[in-house]
Design a protein around this ligand. Structure first.
Ligand code: SF4
Length: 521
């Protein structure tokens, strides 16, 4: 029987595949190795590919079962594909991935889109489901496995399954050749070295309700790194772990291994990972620093500002590693409401000083619109953070809060007066502590800050800001922009992450900003 897995990747990244489907394929092939009962095939499409094209490709392959990895950027597309296919075929549709949660599925009627739904980790559950479906085709009477929600015709049924996947049982998609070379060779590759997260942030579903963090065998990770970097000459490596340094000693072994590769090859691909400000020590930072291409880097002082996003191409050049750290907010009430620990100012100060001493680069995550965050606390937090960014190449990575299906925060929206779109990407537009007009204004000011801080214009900003609050200077720029460029998208469209990561660079010319800041009094 034929299982077709559909990957619809976001066009926001340079990769043209999703790792999750290949992990599923590797696991399924191992489990069904001795039988010829199941073949697994994967189709990759961009989220810009038309539904007609995707449906035609599926129809010509003519599978028995179709699995969809559902994410924020593709769920609406997937729903439309299934609706179209259901009108003319009898395929079995299986949905999994972060967009699939019990809170969204259980209220569905018999008109629900999918036939089966998998929440959380997919490998074992999909394998169990395939055994069941293959048995069903042979008229063997079995029960739908636990952990799978299914449409019985009169509504959705579900029985919990608390078992978890042992990561040593998931074969390497690279070392086994499950993934085709052309998808990642000399390009970007994804790697998971661990799964789960020790934290439980209420807006997040990454931890997948796993009770603890589990790890792939260390030697396998080192072998995969050798394979990807030496044999396949990848240009970028994105490590998917929630917190790469959860086990700091293990993380150091991996960084030392990368250093050996750098010594051998003289350079490394761009590497991206995440850690918390209180989960590292100075030795780790020194090791990360040893992976840089050159000693002292200060790109923002060395390059000119242009009218496009320069974050990856220019500002982060030569650092090798992009260290993403989630701060999210400096407001104690907002952090508490989000299930996060308060920021310890002393520890944070020590952390930033070590980072800047070793001249490594951070991508600092901040969320706009957390419950209990106000307009004032949000900008006071930025006031605390910005001095650490002065004279560095750190990137300020600000997101609007999204209410993810299955997150704890989804159930608390009424309590916090959170209004958001039920449709992906589930962005909020008001909270009890930030009304719609305030959040809109904060988004517009954030977009302007993003445009300046994440470009070589930051040096002019810090000079102008010497005796001024960040919110005041942003308001003045906003006023001037209204006079000079009243027709730009900043005033005419929804201002969100997508806008400030893209169009704003074209909407507000660098030369105009430079002149405005240089003459600022
Ligand atoms: S936001 Fe990050 S730290 Fe918090 S639970 Fe999710 S992965 Fe873990």
């Amino acid at each position: 029987m034929k299982l077709l897995l559909i990957n619809i990747y976001s066009t926001d990244t340079i990769a043209r595949y999703l790792l999750s489907s290949y992990l599923l394929k590797a696991y399924l092939q191992k489990q069904f190795m001795d039988s010829e009962e199941l073949t697994v095939h994967i189709f990759n499409f961009s989220c810009k590919t038309s539904i007609d094209i995707i449906c035609n490709e599926i129809l010509s392959y003519n599978p028995d079962f179709i699995g969809y990895s559902s994410y924020i950027w593709n769920i609406e597309h997937i729903i439309n594909i299934i609706r179209k296919l259901k009108s003319c075929t009898k395929y079995v549709h299986i949905l999994g991935g972060p967009e699939i949660s019990l809170s969204r599925i259980l209220p569905l009627s018999k008109e629900s889109t999918g036939d089966y739904y998998i929440t959380g980790e997919g490998e074992k559950k999909l394998t169990d489901l395939m055994s069941y479906l293959i048995g069903k085709e042979k008229n063997i009477t079995l029960n739908v496995p636990d952990g799978i929600a299914y449409n019985k015709g009169d509504g959705i049924y579900y029985k919990e399954d608390k078992s978890f996947v042992k990561l040593e049982d998931v074969p390497s998609v690279y070392l086994t050749g499950v993934i085709e070379d052309y998808l990642y060779e000399k390009q970007q590759a994804f790697l998971e070295t661990q799964r789960g997260c020790k934290f439980r942030c209420k807006y997040c579903v990454y931890h997948k309700q796993l009770p603890e963090v589990s790890y792939y065998p260390l030697q396998r990770i080192l072998d995969e790194l050798d394979y990807l970097i030496i044999n396949k000459k990848i240009s970028a490596l994105r490590i998917f772990d929630a917190i790469f340094t959860t086990d700091l000693n293990r993380a150091k072994i991996i960084v030392r291994h990368l250093y050996k590769l750098k010594e051998k090859l003289s350079s490394l691909p761009f590497i991206y990972w995440e850690f918390e400000y209180n989960s590292i020590d100075e030795e780790f930072i020194e090791l990360v620093s040893s992976l840089k291409v050159r000693g002292k880097i200060n790109n923002c002082h060395e390059i000119l500002s242009v009218n496009r996003n320069q974050i990856y191409t220019d500002i982060l050049k030569d650092y090798t590693v992009i260290n993403c750290t989630g701060i999210q907010s400096f407001c104690e009430d907002a952090l508490k409401a989000s299930g996060r620990q308060r920021i310890n100012p002393k520890k944070f100060n020590e952390f930033m000083n070590i980072i800047n001493k070793y001249n490594i680069v951070l991508k600092i995550d901040i969320i706009l619109g957390l419950p209990c965050e106000t307009f004032d606390t949000y900008f006071s937090g930025l006031e605390l953070l910005l001095p650490y960014i002065k004279d560095t190449d750190h990137i300020l990575n600000i997101h609007l809060l999204q209410i993810l299906p299955g997150s704890e925060l989804e159930l608390l929206c009424n309590d916090y007066g959170i209004k958001y779109s039920i449709y992906a990407p589930h962005i909020i537009y008001a909270t009890k502590s930030m009304e719609e007009t305030e959040l809109k204004r904060a988004s517009i000011l954030t977009a302007i800050l993003f445009r300046i801080i994440n470009s070589p214009l930051r040096k002019y900003f810090f000079k102008a800001k010497e005796n001024e609050k960040v919110v005041d200077i942003l308001e003045k720029i906003l006023y001037a922009l209204r006079c000079e460029f009243p027709g730009i998208n900043l005033f005419n469209q929804r201002v969100d992450d997508n806008y400030w990561n893209n169009n704003i660079y074209r909407d507000i010319p660098s030369d105009w900003l430079k002149e405005f800041l240089a003459c600022y009094k």
